[in-house]
Design a protein around this ligand. Structure first.
Ligand code: AGP
Length: 609
């Protein structure tokens, strides 16, 4: 949450910082601001609300700030202090001698604030960040060089942070540091960059350095130095990211979410490519599958839902017991496990604080950690023993879509690999499933084609809705949960995902003509059982939308609208059934004129507990 950027180099500082913030806006959009070194002073410009407000304010300054060569920028997801100009970053220390941007939470800020006030410091915001700015300014005023001053200030802080700062006394320099919150350095020619995530800088460079916990970075136009808090220099290899700059363009779509829904066939193709051959044999050299006797899957939100699908596949095919937990619960649970336990930590961003903490908790019992993530070089890749990369490309929309399908694909590959290593399912059956899995991109493409022009009618049933129920059984149940999450997060309509058979134990009381029921039917026994459960809601006045095969006459009879999915092997059900629910949520939110890419109160990467 919150995005930070930094730049040193040429007279295009404002342009690079704004482009970086534009690409980081998914991390928070409560306010935005820049601090620029200009003529021996620091100039700040901040605005509450979206980045467009800051862009307008910059235009009003008529290019006055465009001579800057050095600066830092911030886009905020408010933690301490409501969204306002005063609480926007950068925060200034000592009347503006230093400026600081921060992502994270300073847990002991209240006591530091008291101490600083007693020493005569006046505060102008309610943020925790302002204490960093004043601590830093005091050290700089006392004559410490900026990097050392930052190290001294950081020693006083408890909590999580990525910070970047500039000082009026040291032109052409940005310093930064991190503990828990993410930070990368981008390398250019005669210019260098900092950001919370690589996608901020893809237009500038694809060469990056990671910054580890407790390290300080010093950037000038011609150098990048990484140091320990004690000032020792650290060597670091750079790496090149695979993502292309075009991957973060809208490419003609109205929103990122819609683009990303349509990106799904290629996200699946890339994730499966090289991992399952045409004969259906799975090869995952990145993961040691031997000797696994128990599995714990952890994740938040969408990643948790993908984990539920992983459990079903692993238990069915590999016969290994799997527990799935929401990371924020797992981290404080009474964990059972040992060194034969594989902990699969799923995180699109690779930054989610709760999932990183769940990994730490699993370390305590000796678990082996496998990260399933979409983000090369992210924090989780450095905490895990092995990494299974989903190759969905950057996802900008706050609501996860293509990364969900890519996570399911990665987990199914894992299930097939584990089943083979265990010898729990006959080889020929596994190969057939592998061949089926390879068809996921094609079947998702077919689904998108079938749904063309069909979702609007279903969305119209939500015009008068006060809540919605998403029902499914078996592998359709996690799909229903994810469908409800999508609707909630972008349309703000209360929605429950429920196992269809459990309805009669309580939630059926919600059913009336203002609570549409979305039934994810699936195939075989699951379909038959779900049909009867859904009939019970029809009898109570529900308008039903079914996700079903087009020729499913029972579904047609019972439903106001059928969202069709193509005939597909059973293993592909969650892939094809998820797409109509994503599009349904999208259309309902658009019908309410909402911003689907940046829903209220949310941020894409959740770096606070
Ligand atoms: C999904 O639409 C949500 N925005 C959210 O639930 C997300 O999946 C969750 O915060 C986990 O994020 P991660 O995968 O980056 O760890």
């Amino acid at each position: 949450m919150c995005g930070i950027v930094g730049y040193v180099g040429k007279a295009r500082c404002v342009e690079v910082l704004m482009e970086g913030l534009r690409n980081l806006e998914y991390r928070g959009y409560d306010s935005a601001g820049l601090a620029l070194q200009l003529g021996g002073r620091i100039e700040t410009i901040k605005r509450p609300g979206r980045l467009d407000n800051l862009a307008e304010a910059l235009e009003e300054r008529n290019g006055h700030l465009s001579a800057a060569h050095t600066g830092v920028g911030h886009t905020r997801w408010a933690t301490h202090g409501r969204p306002s100009e005063a609480n926007a970053h950068p925060q200034l220390g000592n009347g503006g001698s230093v400026a600081v941007v921060h992502n994270g939470i300073i847990e002991n800020f209240a006591e530091l604030k008291e101490e600083l006030k007693e020493r005569g410091v006046t505060f102008s915001s309610e943020t925790d960040t302002e204490v960093i700015a004043h601590l830093l300014a005091q050290r700089v005023e006392a004559g410490e060089p900026l990097r050392e001053a930052l190290a001294s200030a950081l020693r006083r802080l408890r909590g999580s942070f990525a910070v970047a700062a500039v000082s009026a006394k040291e032109p052409g320099k940005v310093v930064a540091a991190r503990k828990q919150s993410p930070l990368v350095v981008g390398q250019g020619a005669g210019e260098n960059y900092l950001a919370s995530a690589v996608q901020a800088l893809l237009k500038q460079t694809r060469r990056f350095l990671v910054v580890e916990n407790g390290e300080i970075v010093e950037l000038t136009g011609s150098s990048v130095g990484i140091f320990t808090l004690d000032g020792e220099s650290v060597e670091r290899e750079s790496f090149e990211v695979e993502w292309e700059a075009e991957a973060i363009e809208l490419g003609g779509y109205e929103d990122y979410m819609l683009k990303e829904i349509h990106d799904q066939p290629s996200a699946l193709r890339n994730t499966l490519s090289g991992r399952v051959d045409s004969g259906g044999a799975v090869d995952l050299p990145e993961v040691d599958l031997a000797g696994v006797e128990r599995i714990a899957v952890v994740g938040c939100g969408t990643a948790y839902h993908a984990g539920l699908l992983g459990k079903e596949a692993i238990e069915r095919l590999a016969r290994i017991p799997v527990e799935v937990a929401v990371s924020s619960e797992y981290r404080y649970a009474h964990l059972v496990g040992d060194e034969k336990t594989l902990v699969v930590a799923i995180s699109q961003s690779g930054e989610t604080t709760d999932t990183l903490a769940a990994i730490e908790a699993a370390r305590a019992f000796g678990g082996r950690i496998l990260a399933v993530t979409n983000t090369q070089g992210s924090l989780i890749t450095r905490e895990a023993d092995a990494v299974l990369l989903t190759k969905a490309g950057p996802e900008i929309g706050v609501a996860a879509t293509k990364t969900f399908l890519a996570q399911i694909a990665a987990l199914y590959l894992l299930a097939l690999g584990l089943a083979r290593a265990k010898g729990a399912t006959p080889e020929e059956e596994l190969r057939e499933l592998g061949r089926d899995l390879r068809r996921a991109p094609e079947k998702v493409e077919e689904t998108l084609g079938l749904l063309e022009g069909r979702v609007e009618e279903a969305a119209s049933l939500f015009e008068e809705a006060r809540c919605a129920l998403f029902l499914g059984r078996g592998s359709s149940y996690p799909v229903a949960l994810e469908g409800a999450l999508k609707l909630k997060e972008i349309s703000y309509l209360p929605a429950e995902g429920y196992p269809a058979g459990e309805m009669k134990h309580g939630p059926i009381a919600l059913v009336d003509e203002h609570s549409p029921v979305v039934a994810v039917l699936g195939q075989g026994l699951t379909r038959e059982k779900s049909l009867s459960n859904v009939e019970e809601t029809v009898a109570r006045g529900a308008s039903v939308i079914s996700v079903a095969r087009e020729n499913d006459s029972a579904a047609r009879r019972m439903s106001r609208v059928v969202l069709p999915v193509p005939e597909a092997p059973g293993i592909l059900d969650p892939f094809v059934s998820s797409v109509p629910l994503q599009l349904l949520a999208y259309r309902v939110a658009k019908g309410r004129a909402l911003d689907v890419d940046k829903p209220r109160n949310l941020a894409k990467s959740v770096t606070v507990e």
